[in-house]
Design a protein around this ligand. Structure first.
Ligand SMILES: [Zn+2]
Length: 271
């Protein structure tokens, strides 16, 4: 499943072609959304943004499109008149005179009145979003000492969108490695310094992943370490590197299963 950085990039590319533009056509595969096709024609798109792993597209008629890609959904941006070469099924089309924003394969799509948006069940339970510039270290530290979360293992928490939104499986492994913490610990077992280090990593690693957008320059000697995510470069330090040497201490990276997902760590650096 795409994680926060990939969803935020998708929202950026939608926003670039939709925000401030007038819709010439809206189309929905879902019968219950058909009445909105007429309502949205001729309306302006006020903005597109990611919230956790969902994308919300706001229109100037008081309605917002909520979509969550789950495992298979995918947004694509094409030029007007261009057809998508795909066997995936089209679920949503938002078109301007210049572009087409097409959502394929997603089933989690709703149109919601602006004033009801915060009550949408997925959005309502999101914790602070690591990729929201307004989210601070204090916000993350407050989550870490919140009794709702402080007694659960980091392995589970770092996949929970209610704890920190936008996290996911590769980010979990990379954040824990960056902070030098083993996944079985609970926030309440950590001392203040280590909690602060973890809060730092919970913001820094997702933001780094988002920022590099696959264009990080890496020396030729490190090319073997490159991993690709959705065709884009992101250099993992532990994720997918089982058996390879830890860049800090040389110990072989270990793969395990945790909370039903694969987890990678350096057994020496993460204790
Ligand atoms: Zn190590």
């Amino acid at each position: 499943m795409p994680e926060g950085p990939e969803i935020h990039r998708a929202a950026d590319s939608l926003s670039a072609v939709l925000t401030g533009r007038t819709l010439t056509r809206a189309w929905f595969a879902f019968p219950e959304l058909k009445p909105h096709e007429k309502r949205l024609r001729g309306r302006e798109v006020l903005g597109v943004e990611a919230r956790g792993k969902a994308i919300v597209t706001r229109f100037d008629n008081g309605w917002t499109l909520y979509s969550h890609n789950q495992l298979y959904g995918q947004w694509r941006v094409l030029c007007a008149g261009e057809e998508a070469k795909t066997t995936r099924s089209l679920r949503v089309a938002l078109e301007t005179d210049q572009h087409r924003a097409l959502l394929f394969s997603a089933s989690d799509v709703e149109l919601i009145r602006d004033e009801d948006l915060d009550q949408q069940p997925y959005l309502a339970r999101l914790g602070p979003d690591a990729l929201d510039p307004a989210t601070t270290h204090d916000d993350i530290r407050a989550q870490l000492i919140n009794p709702r979360f402080s007694g659960r293992s980091l392995a589970a928490l770092l996949l929970d969108q209610g704890f920190v939104a936008g996290m996911g499986n590769y980010l979990r492994a990379e954040v824990l490695f960056d902070a030098g913490i083993a996944a079985h610990h609970r926030p309440r077992d950590l001392d203040d310094d280590i909690r602060a280090r973890l809060a730092n990593a919970l913001l820094a690693i997702p933001r780094h992943s988002y920022r590099t957008r696959g264009v990080e320059r890496i020396g030729a000697g490190m090319r073997a370490d490159l991993q690709y995510d959705d065709g884009e470069r992101f250099r993992f330090r532990v994720f997918g590197r089982d058996g390879k040497p830890c860049e800090r201490c040389g110990t072989a990276i270990v793969r395990s299963e945790s909370a039903g997902r694969r987890l990678y760590c350096c057994p020496k650096c993460q204790q």
